[in-house]
Write a protein that binds this ligand. Structure first.
Ligand SMILES: [Zn+2]
Ligand SMILES: [Zn+2]
Length: 189
């Protein structure tokens, strides 16, 4: 189907939508070009979008505000918690993490392991900004990442895994020949 190369539609006072060979932008009478902010969709002068990585000034500001103090900062640090921090707040955040780690009672894992010393296994990895704890039971053949012994529920993990396996086998053997046919087709394609 033929499509006009250039369409100009009035969309507001002193604002037109221009479709130029499939490339869409907005323009005012003075020739200033606007485009939607990548984040919120607000029409924003092209020059600002260029300055703010395709964001409107408001979204840019929000994306560059420290999670803790709210200060605008060009360069933020990404914390393990998924939030961004300015320099001083990031240091505070790391110290807090450090504090929390020191308060972590690692002895409780020793006790947990000793309850079933032949099958239980605890792996503790301490790095500059976090402590990773992996617990495993060789009898159950399941493991978990946890922060405290209260979080350990290996039997539950085991049960969930068995249920998934059961559903898989059930689908395999009760699915009938149709299903198997489809599977082998899929494999050969
Ligand atoms: Zn925006
Ligand atoms: Zn801050």
């Amino acid at each position: 189907m033929a499509y006009p190369d250039y369409i100009k539609t009035k969309v507001g006072p002193n604002l037109w939508r221009v479709d130029d060979c499939g490339y869409v932008y907005y323009q005012d009478r003075q020739g200033h070009i606007y485009n939607p902010c990548y984040n919120c969709g607000e029409l924003t002068p092209e020059r600002q979008l260029d300055d703010y990585e395709n964001n409107c000034p408001k979204c840019w500001r929000e994306a560059h505000s420290c999670y803790q103090c709210g200060e605008y900062c060009e360069k933020l640090h990404e914390g393990q918690d998924g939030h961004s921090y300015c320099d001083p707040c990031f240091i505070e955040y790391l110290l807090e993490q450090h504090q929390r780690r020191n308060n972590m009672d690692l002895n409780q894992f020793v006790k947990w392991q000793q309850e079933k010393p032949k099958t239980r296994h605890v792996n503790i990895e301490i790095t500059y900004d976090e402590t990773k704890i992996w617990v495993y039971d060789f009898a159950l053949m399941v493991g978990q990442h946890v922060k405290s012994v209260e979080e350990i529920h290996l039997e539950g993990v085991r049960e969930a895994r068995e249920k998934v396996e059961y559903e898989r086998l059930k689908a395999k053997f009760e699915g009938g020949t149709n299903c198997q046919q489809q599977n082998s087709d899929a494999l050969t394609e």
